[in-house]
Design a protein around this ligand. Sequence first.
Ligand code: URA
Length: 424
Amino acid sequence: MDAIEVIVAKRDGGELTAAQIDWVIDAYTRGEVADEQMAALNMAILLNGMNRREIAGWTQAMIRSGERMDWSALDRPTADKHSTGGVGDKITLPLAPLVAACGAYVPQLSGRGLGHTGGTLDKLESIPGWRASLSNEEMLGVLRAAGAVICAAGSGLAPADKKLYALRDVTGTVESIPLIASSIMSKKIAEGTGSLVLDVKVGSGAFMKTPERARELAETMVALGTDAGVRTVALLTAMDRPLGRAVGNALEVQESVEVLAGGGPSDVVELTVRLAAEMLEAAGITGKDPAEALRDGSAMDAWRRMITAQGGDPDAALPRAADTMVVEAPASGVLARLDAYAVGLAAWRLGAGRARKEDPVSFGAGITLHAKPGDAVKEGEPLLTLHADEPARFGRALEALAGGYEVGPTAQEHLPLVIDRVTA
Ligand code: URA
């Protein structure tokens, strides 16, 4: 087989055979198919799509490129959650220990932020001593000690996806539903979880800007998981505005701890409890109330065990940025709109995110929201606090925020927090 034949077949709108898919993924992983050839094939897929059989074959070939984890030694069901990424989306932090406190094991492989969306590992690394890289044996040890583990995927898991994702990132081929679905699901299936809840974000701060595109992605991923024997369900949730009141690494850890202590912003609590209920149902665990596990402190206990087992100090002070700047409400009225993308971009420019994979992040940088859309505000009172290590960053962050919020007589319509639920 040769790469040009496969590229031309997809360029001309044809279906790839199972043999072509297996060969091209394997040959690319081994370096026999060149980056420029794979980039051309990715673009042909982005433009012409893949059918369900092709997507399933593509996903399975990426899984076979590496190891498959196995949790059969554990005596309780496993459950995991994946979010397609958003602004202020720290839900994994309270959710993993919460679901563990309710009786499931949560082996969660997470990623780092790129662009305006944050990454779970960057957030947790703001806790002094906490380690993201664990061996498979260490993962098992943390799971046994705490019921939940959140760590980086090792280099052996879906290496084809690692190479492909890096290539897509620099060739304008990220936004293809078959490629996003197969990328996410190859890692989640290889991770070996028995059940999976997908949080597919919708709105300006998400990959998928409309409910229609998000539903298509959700249906594709649910079908892939189900076909691979993983009980999979997806929620479509709002990302037209930021989630919670904190955006930025240490700021989001702080907010997550507030949720685990029984407080925290209502949207973060509502989504955490809803996703926990979905995970428990998918894992076949009945008779547990996640809201009660937040109230009675058992979720907090699991959090403390999880952080400690990964070398972190749950009582240590979190990093704070050296400087702050307050953005005041320009008028009195109601915060009519606060755009998720504008806030995410501003937080990124303040230093919370990275421009290239190798860049460090500032743990203390980010944005605190003093009002959420629909809240009453008074002219001159704080609307947002910007946090940065270098004051020179404030100007570009303010530029990102310009036009990103509006104070008016009434709130504008926004998406419901949970828009839809997709099952097989
Ligand atoms: N996250 C992934 O892991 N892959 C994608 O393609 C997009 C988001």
